[in-house]
Design a protein around this ligand. Structure first.
Ligand SMILES: Nc1ncnc2c1ncn2[C@@H]1O[C@H](COP(=O)(O)OP(=O)(O)OP(=O)(O)O)[C@@H](O)[C@H]1O
Ligand SMILES: [Mg+2]
Length: 168
């Protein structure tokens, strides 16, 4: 059953591999990425990054971050990089880095506010990051955006690893 045909709103956690979630989101965003940049790179973590999480919800977060990054690119010469890594001190991390328009310093504090959007004229709702942050918080994780206007943006998603000794 695909993510969009699910009926319930129940969270469905399972053992998932963050590399695989990233691959799934990149597949969904494939056409948009191709249209947006000639400089796309994906760096998965060298081994599976196993988490106890809801695959479709994390996929939705990644799709939001990748879509925002693509929409920020004004030329196909600007780069997009998605990378997954995992280390014991920080947990599982997924980074989406774009060389796009960036975010004005004054706006950076508001990007997670529901309905804050600079894309009103092109149909943006301003809900993408607000919903993403809710999903990430429900998983005990963090979502941070750093940006320099005119240079680009880095979105960093951090999710906790299962406790040591858990059968994940
Ligand atoms: N990678 C990015 N580069 C530049 N600006 C960004 C980036 N990501 C988010 N933003 C800014 O944050 C705002 C809010 O993002 P959010 O995803 O919540 O809504 P949206 O993209 O405007 O609309 P929607 O996600 O509903 O299509 C955007 O309108 C944009 O100004
Ligand atoms: Mg968005």
């Amino acid at each position: 059953m695909g993510g969009f045909s699910r009926q319930g709103n129940e969270e469905e956690r399972a053992i998932i591999d963050l590399n695989k979630v990233a691959e799934a989101a990149l597949l969904l965003a494939g056409n948009l990425i191709k249209r947006s940049t000639h400089h796309f790179t994906f760096e998965p973590a060298p081994s599976p990054v196993l988490l106890w999480a809801d695959f479709h919800r994390i996929e939705q977060v990644l799709l939001n971050l990748i879509t925002n990054a693509c929409q920020a690119l004004t030329s196909s010469e600007q780069a997009l990089r998605v990378s997954v890594r995992c280390n014991l001190s920080t947990g599982a991390q997924l980074e989406v880095r774009d060389g796009g328009v960036g975010i004005a310093q004054a706006d950076l504090a508001r990007v997670f506010d529901p309905f804050f959007t600079t894309k009103r004229s092109t149909g943006g709702t301003g809900l993408g990051l607000a919903i993403s942050q809710q999903i990430v918080a429900a998983h005990g994780g963090q979502l941070v955006l750093e940006s320099v206007a005119g240079e680009g943006t880095r979105a960093l998603l951090t999710l906790p690893l299962p406790p040591k000794g858990a059968s994940v």
